[in-house]
Every structure is written in C-alpha cells, then in structure tokens.
Ligand binder design. Structure first.
Ligand code: NAI
Ligand code: 2OP
Length: 308
C-alpha cells in the first residue's frame, strides 16, 4: 500500500479516480487538488464518508494547494479543460499546456521523487510538458491512454463475439488520437487469434469504433468527455505501481530509440512497477502496424512542434 496518492483536478476524471483509489485501498491517503474553492474539499469529504459503507480506511483530503500532497509517491494529473462536441483533443493544447506546466512545477516542489501519471489531453503532448516542467526522468512520467483505448477495443470485441471481456487479450498503441494503433495481430481470445473468430469487416468496424471511442461519448454527453473508463484506466496504472506488479500495459512513454522512435511520447507496451516505467517492451510489429505507429508518433510530434 502507498502512503499517499495525489490527484490533481477534481473534475469528472479526477474525482472518480480518487474514489476508485480509496475504494481499492491503494493508499493511506488520497489528496484531491483543484483550483476551484470548496470543490475538492467537498468531494473529498463526501468520498471519505463512504468509507464505512465501502469498507476503506483511506483518508480522502481535498485542497486548493499542494502542501497536503507533500511526499506523495504517485500523482495523477487530470487538471485542464475537457473536449466538447466538435473539438479534437489537440484543440485543448494551449490551455492545458499552461495548466499542466504549473501543476508539474508544484509536483516537483512538494514531491521530487514521485511518479506522475498524466491524463490531461492532448495526452502525449501533456506528458512532454510534464516531463519538461518537472525535470523528472522518463521512468517517472507515464501517460494514460492505451489502457483506456484498449479497454474500449476489448469491450466492443467481447460484445461482438458474445464472450467474456476477461478472455480478450489486446493492446492499442500509438498516440491518444485518431491515429492510435489497435494491434490486430496480437489480439486473441483465450489465445485464439481474433481473425479466426471474427470476419474482417466486423473487425475493421470495431477497430474504427475503438479509435473514435472518445468522440462517441463526447457526442452523447455534449458537455464533457468520458470519465468512468478513463478513471478506471488511470487507477489500474497506479495499482500496478503500488503493488509493484510488473504489469505490461500500453502507456505513453518517452521513447529513446525503441520502435525506431526517439524523443517523442507515444503509447507502447510498458512494464510498470514500484519504480514507474521499468521496461519498454519492444515487440515485433507487422509492416503495416509499424508504419501506423510511426505515423501516429509523427502526429504527436507535430502537435509538440506547434506548441513550441
Ligand atoms: P473536468 O472539466 O471535469 O475537470 C477538470 C478539472 O481540472 C476541473 O475541476 C478544473 O477546475 C481543474 N483544473 C483546471 N486548472 C487547474 C489547475 N491549474 N490546477 C488544478 N486543477 C485545475 O474534465 P475531466 O473530464 O475530468 O477531464 C480532465 C482532462 O482529462 C481533460 O483534459 C480531458 O481531455 C482529459 N482526459 C484524458 C483521457 C485520456 O485517455 N488520456 C480520458 C478522459 C479525459
Ligand atoms: C477520451 O478518449 C476524451 O481522451 C478522452 O475519452
């Protein structure tokens, strides 16, 4: 169990993540931070009071500052604005870069040894901003996107084949955007290649729906974006770190030559443990998947360049 996890941004993703962290007893204390006065305090107190019912002892603390988060082992950064209908993740870049930069500076001040799980969009570029502003090594800056995109892909596959989602093994790599790369060649159902169980046209439609999974929910909600699955995905990453599980999860990491990519954040299979990123798992891709991964990384790079 960790001593302290801090969640920055007490909006939809952040507050739900704080609740999930407490309910899973992953830390003795969860600190929820936001600039809005009263909101993190009110949500944290409400969550803390669910402890006797849900059976957790985690203290949930709300704050408008970072002092309560001093020494936290893990930060989950969800601060920023979310998408509305018609907006792409990249439309958020300027506003969220300023926010994530100021958050990362505060994290460096109060918890210089912490591991940061970035959620704010556009995800891969916000990871870069957080790394620059914190000065943390790549092992301690991880982006949450692949776990979510993979969960969407697995959900749609399980639904189409009428099988348990637990039996679908899959991974979605690449940047968190329209260019993401679901790895069909590694998608299996209890070890059986999915191509043996689902016709190509259906598989293509599922890949397409997974790629647009975020936009589909924005279109339905109209006032914001998804948060139940995103918060679950971020917490799964924290859990892998907290329990030193050595899980291999698709995460955005700062690539240093792996997959032929350098100096760019992009989603790849990453081994997560108590030190954060413990290994980038360099797997063999088909020529088509490799080309798609490079195109996706270039899309991230162009947003990085546009941001300056
Ligand atoms: P939200 O609008 O519900 O919450 C954002 C919160 O951040 C607000 O409460 C706001 O007051 C707070 N905030 C703004 N500036 C801040 C600062 N300087 N310090 C602390 N808090 C600050 O948005 P939601 O739905 O929670 O999404 C949060 C972010 O996560 C968005 O950028 C969204 O696009 C992104 N996201 C990323 C996903 C991914 O897969 N990586 C999935 C879902 C959301
Ligand atoms: C999502 O994929 C908006 O990035 C967010 O739901």
């Amino acid at each position: 169990m960790l001593q302290k996890v801090a969640v920055v941004g007490a909006g939809n993703v952040g507050a739900t993540a704080a609740q999930r962290l407490a309910e899973k007893n992953l830390a003795r204390a969860v600190v929820l931070i936001d600039v809005l006065e009263g909101i993190p305090q009110g949500k944290a107190l409400d969550q803390f009071q669910s402890g006797p019912i849900e059976g957790f002892d985690t203290r949930v603390i709300g704050s408008n500052g970072y002092d309560e988060a001093a020494g936290a082992e893990v930060f989950v950064v969800t601060a920023g604005i979310a998408r509305k209908p018609g907006m792409s993740r990249d439309d958020l870049v300027k506003t969220n870069a300023g926010i994530v930069r100021s958050v990362a500076e505060q994290i460096r001040r109060v918890a210089p040894d912490s591991i940061v799980v970035v959620v704010s969009n556009p995800l891969d570029v916000m990871c870069y901003v957080a790394m620059q502003a914190s000065g943390f090594p790549r092992e301690r800056i991880l982006g949450m996107a692949g776990v979510l995109d993979t969960a969407r892909y697995r959900t749609f596959l399980a639904e189409a084949m009428d099988v348990s989602v637990e039996d679908i093994q899959a991974m979605v790599l690449g940047g968190h955007g329209d260019t993401m790369v679901p790895l069909v060649s590694y998608t299996t159902v209890s070890g059986i290649p999915v191509s043996q169980l689902l016709e190509a046209a259906k598989l293509d439609a599922i890949v397409d729906r997974a790629r647009n999974g975020g936009a589909e929910i924005v279109g339905l909600l109209k006032t914001g974006s998804a948060y139940y699955a995103p918060s679950a995905a971020a917490v799964q990453m924290v859990e892998a770190i907290a329990h030193d599980k050595k899980r291999i999860l698709p995460c955005a990491v700062w690539l240093q030559g792996e997959y032929g990519l350098k100096d760019v954040f992009c989603g790849v299979p990453a081994k997560l443990g108590r030190k954060g990123l413990e290994q980038v798992v360099d797997i063999r891709l088909t020529a088509e998947e490799s080309k798609a991964l490079h195109a996706s990384a270039e899309a991230v790079r162009s947003t990085m360049v546009a941001l300056g």
